[in-house]
Design a protein around this ligand. Structure first.
Ligand code: CA
Length: 442
C-alpha cells in the first residue's frame, strides 16, 4: 500500500474486511457443490478438468482477505479485462448486478472432518441405476460416439463414465453463475490468480458467443456444464461436435462428449489400451514399490511376481507399457496396475479414487469391472484431525511429513513408509489408526 494513503482509508479498509468476515461467518446458505454429488477424501471439492489446486491454507486459518471493496476490485479488473481484449459491453453485461457470493467463499473454505472410504465411494459411483442409464445413453448416442471414438481414440465407455461422474449425465451441472463465483474467488483473494485467469477465460467464452451469461452456470469453483470444464480448459479443449457454431457443453451432449474425448486425448490417452487391471501380489512383496512415482513396464511387474486375480499371467499385449502399482486402501486391500489411460483420467481430476471409479464404471457398462480382492471394510479412514495429528507426530519423530495440512501427499506417504519400515510393518505408505496409535505411544 502506498504510504500516502490516509488513516481514513485504512479505517474503511478494515471495516470492509471485518464486515466481510462477519458475513462469511454468518452465511447459512447451503454449500452449492451440486455438480459433485460424490465427495471423498482426496477428491478436490470442484471436480473439474484441470481444477484449481486444492487450496493449501496450511493450518487452516485464512490469512488472505479482501483489502478493497468489491466495486473497487471490479473496476480494476474491468481495466485489465479490456486491456486483454474484452469488449466493454461484454464485460458490463456479464457483471450486471454481480455481488460477492458468500456461499462460494464458504464452500472454498470447507474442509470436511470425515470422509467416505474408497469402497463406499466406488459403490456410490457404480449404482445399478447409473450403470443402466449409461448403457441406455450409449445406445442413444451410438452414432456420435462412434465418430468421436474414431476421431479422438478414446473409447465410448470411458467417455460415458466421465459424463456420469462429472454431472450424472448432465443432471448436476451446478446452478451458480460462473462469473459471480469466479469474481467472488478473485475478489476474496485466497485464489486470486487462478480465479482471475478463469474469469478472463469465461469472459472470452461469452464474447465468442458460445453461451449467454444467464446460461453460464456451473459449480461454485467455476466448473461448467456436462463436462465440468473450468473456463481455461473449455477454451483449449471444448469442441463444437454438432457444427452449430457453438461449443455447447451445457445443453448439447455430443459437444460435451467430444470435448471430454479431446481433453483425454490431449492428456495422453492411448487408443485401444486398458486403463489397467486388478492384480495379486506375491508373498513377501515389497509394498514400498506401490507408489505413483514408481513406474515399470507390465513385463517388469510380472517378473516381480504380479499376476491377475485368477492367477493367470499379466496381459502380454501391454507388456511394454509403463504402469504403477496402486493400493487404494493399503496392503490389506485390492491392488491395481494402472497404465497411461489412468494417468489421463487423473488429469481430468487428480484423485485416484475418482480415476478408479471412472475406470471400473467404464468396464461395468459391459458387465465387468468387479473388484476381486476384499476391501478392508472394517478400517475407517482417518479423520482430518487425525491426519493432521499423524503428520505432526511423524515430523516430531524425524520423519518429515511436510506441513501438517491433513492432506496425505507425497511427503507424508514417504514419512509413513519410513515409520512403517522402522516398525517392521508393510511399507505401503497408507495412513491407519494402528500407525497413529503406535506413534502416540512411542
Ligand atoms: Ca455445438
Amino acid at each position: 500500500m502506498p504510504p500516502s494513503f490516509s488513516h481514513r482509508w485504512r479505517l474503511r479498509q478494515l471495516m470492509t474486511v471485518s464486515s466481510f468476515i462477519l458475513l462469511v461467518a454468518c452465511a447459512e446458505k447451503p454449500i452449492a457443490a451440486a455438480a459433485t454429488p460424490l465427495q471423498v477424501a482426496n477428491v478436490p471439492p470442484a471436480a473439474t478438468a484441470a481444477a484449481a489446486p486444492t487450496a493449501a491454507s496450511g493450518n487452516g486459518d485464512y490469512d488472505i482477505q479482501p483489502t478493497i471493496s468489491f466495486s473497487d476490485w471490479e473496476a480494476g479488473f474491468r481495466a485489465q479485462a479490456l486491456q486483454a481484449g474484452i469488449r466493454p459491453e461484454v464485460f458490463d453485461n456479464a457483471f450486471a448486478g454481480v455481488t460477492p457470493d458468500l456461499s462460494v467463499v464458504k464452500a472454498d473454505r470447507s474442509q470436511p472432518e470425515f470422509t467416505r472410504p474408497v469402497w463406499e465411494y466406488l459403490d456410490g459411483a457404480m449404482s445399478v441405476a447409473r450403470v443402466r442409464k449409461g448403457q441406455a445413453l450409449m445406445a442413444q448416442y451410438a452414432d456420435a460416439l462412434q465418430v468421436i471414438e474414431q476421431r479422438y481414440g478414446v473409447d465410448r465407455q470411458a467417455l460415458v463414465a466421465v459424463w456420469a461422474m462429472e454431472s450424472n449425465f448432465g443432471q448436476f451441472q451446478g446452478t451458480q453463475y460462473v462469473i459471480r463465483s469466479l469474481a467472488t474467488l478473485a475478489y476474496e483473494g485466497r485464489r486470486r490468480n487462478f480465479a482471475q485467469d478463469q474469469l478472463l477465460a469465461a469472459l472470452q467464452i461469452l464474447q465468442h458467443g458460445d453461451i449467454t451469461p444467464e446460461m453460464m452456470l456451473g459449480s461454485w469453483g467455476g466448473a461448467m456444464g456436462q463436462t465440468q470444464f473450468i473456463p481455461t480448459t473449455y477454451n483449449t479443449h471444448a469442441v463444437d461436435f454438432d457444427g452449430d457454431g457453438r461449443r455447447d457443453i451445457w445443453n448439447t451432449p455430443t459437444d460435451a462428449l467430444a470435448s471430454t474425448a479431446h481433453y483425454l486425448q490431449s492428456s495422453g490417452w492411448q487408443r485401444g489400451q486398458p486403463w489397467g487391471f486388478e492384480v495379486q501380489l506375491a508373498q513377501g512383496f515389497d509394498y514400498a514399490l506401490a507408489d505413483a512415482s514408481t513406474r515399470k513396464s507390465v513385463f517388469e511387474w510380472q517378473q516381480l511376481g504380479l499376476k491377475l486375480p485368477d492367477g493367470s499371467p499379466l496381459p502380454a499385449n501391454v507388456g511394454q507399457s509403463q504402469a504403477a502399482l496402486l493400493l487404494p486402501a493399503g496392503y490389506r486391500g485390492p491392488a491395481f496396475l494402472v497404465l497411461d489411460n489412468f494417468r489421463a483420467i487423473l488429469k481430468y481430476n487428480n484423485s485416484t479414487s475418482y480415476a478408479l471409479a471412472i475406470s471400473l464404471l467404464s468396464q461395468r457398462f459391459n458387465g465387468a469391472g468387479y473388484v476381486q480382492g476384499n476391501w478392508p471394510r472394517g478400517d475407517l479412514p482417518l479423520s482430518r484431525s487425525e491426519r493432521i495429528e499423524l503428520q505432526t507426530l511423524l515430523s516430531s519423530r524425524q520423519y518429515d511429513a511436510g506441513a501438517p495440512d491433513g492432506i496425505i501427499g507425497a511427503n507424508t506417504r514417504k514419512a509413513i513408509r519410513s515409520a512403517q519400515q522402522s516398525l517392521g510393518w508393510p511399507a505401503d505408505g497408507y495412513p491407519t489408526h494402528e500407525l497413529l496409535d503406535s506413534l502416540r505411544n512411542q
